[in-house]
Design a protein around this ligand. Structure first.
Ligand code: UTP
Length: 297
């Protein structure tokens, strides 16, 4: 089996309830950090890692997301006529090749594992596939998925991105039970979704995965897990039970949980400060507002 990974699944069928009322009419993935929607950060990361086929698992009400990937011919010619080449380049940078994107529908939000399972017919059964959760925006160089694909070329098996979190926060994540710690890469002996108590480690799984084909087969069981949802973590844990290897990569970079309001705001600040054209003015403003807060305390 080749270890080359050229396909990625983007599960974007969640309800996004933490961002209501915005998500009543806007898909969460279209919400913007500075001037780019979350989905664009995910696509750029996937492209940088050599992904050529993009599979979106969508749901009702996600039309704006599908439209986002259409070429905007009218806009392009207006910018061209106006000589706005910088904007034209930005716009063209978002264009996707015809046939590179596929959409499948998840009819009911039954969990991340179920969403990934919905894409099963688009992934040949001898190919590993990447999964990217657009909620997790990662600032890193090289980008996180590229780090994973490079590590996976060495290890094979299934790989998850992992990061250390305070023990009291492990209950919000899938958590690795570590069999062997090799530094950047750890080998897992188990994986527990949202442990209520006794987390096996402080290594949390975040939203980047490279799945061996057998993980999609494990999902065929459609077994309900934590929270009554069909969990991807459980299908990955089955790999270990069945004697196949699962690794975690301590990626280099900063992850922002843009599925939560606090994380989204933090990411807005971090990505705003990354921009040359905004940094100075934005930093002055932040300093000013922090001093005012301090003075008021
Ligand atoms: P979340 O757990 O963040 O759920 O899903 P959510 O519905 O998006 O948001 P909240 O919690 O209601 O605010 C993590 C990722 O898995 C996808 C989501 O779109 C998100 O990218 N997902 C989740 C699905 O595609 N289908 C599901 O049934 C569940």
């Amino acid at each position: 089996m080749s270890r080359k990974v050229t396909k990625a699944i983007f599960p974007v069928a969640g309800l996004g309830t933490r961002f209501l009322p915005a998500t009543k009419s806007i898909p969460k993935e279209i919400m913007t950090l500075v001037d780019r929607p979350l989905i664009q950060y995910a696509i750029d990361e996937a492209r940088a890692a050599g992904i050529e086929e993009f599979i979106f698992v969508t749901s009702r009400g996600k039309g704006a997301l599908e439209d986002y990937f259409d070429h905007a011919h009218e806009l392009e010619s207006t910018l061209k006529r106006g000589g706005k080449t910088d904007l034209l380049d930005i716009l063209r940078g978002t264009n996707m090749d015809s046939g590179a994107i596929a959409y499948v529908r998840q009819h009911k939000a039954m969990g991340l594992g179920h969403a990934v399972w919905c894409a099963r017919r688009l992934v040949p059964d001898n190919e590993s596939v990447a999964v990217i959760l657009t909620d997790d925006v990662i600032m890193g160089e090289p980008p996180c998925l590229q780090q994973m694909i490079e590590a996976h070329a060495e290890t094979g098996g299934t790989m998850v991105a992992t990061m250390e979190v305070p023990l009291e926060k492990t209950k919000s994540y899938g958590v690795l039970d570590v069999a062997e710690d090799m530094g950047a890469i750890v080998k897992a002996r188990g994986l527990v979704e949202k442990p209520k108590e006794n987390p096996p480690s402080n290594l949390a799984v975040i939203g980047r995965y490279i799945l061996a084909p057998t993980v999609l087969q494990n999902l065929n069981k459609l077994r309900e897990g934590a929270g009554g949802e069909i969990q991807l973590t459980d299908a990955i844990a089955d790999e270990i039970t069945e004697g196949r290897e699962v690794f975690g990569l301590r990626f280099r970079g900063q992850r922002y949980d843009c599925g939560s309001k606090a994380g989204f705001l933090q990411a807005t600040v971090a990505f705003g400060l990354e921009r040359d054209e905004l940094r100075e003015e934005f930093l002055d403003y932040l300093n000013e507002i922090v001093s005012m807060q301090r003075a008021a305390e």
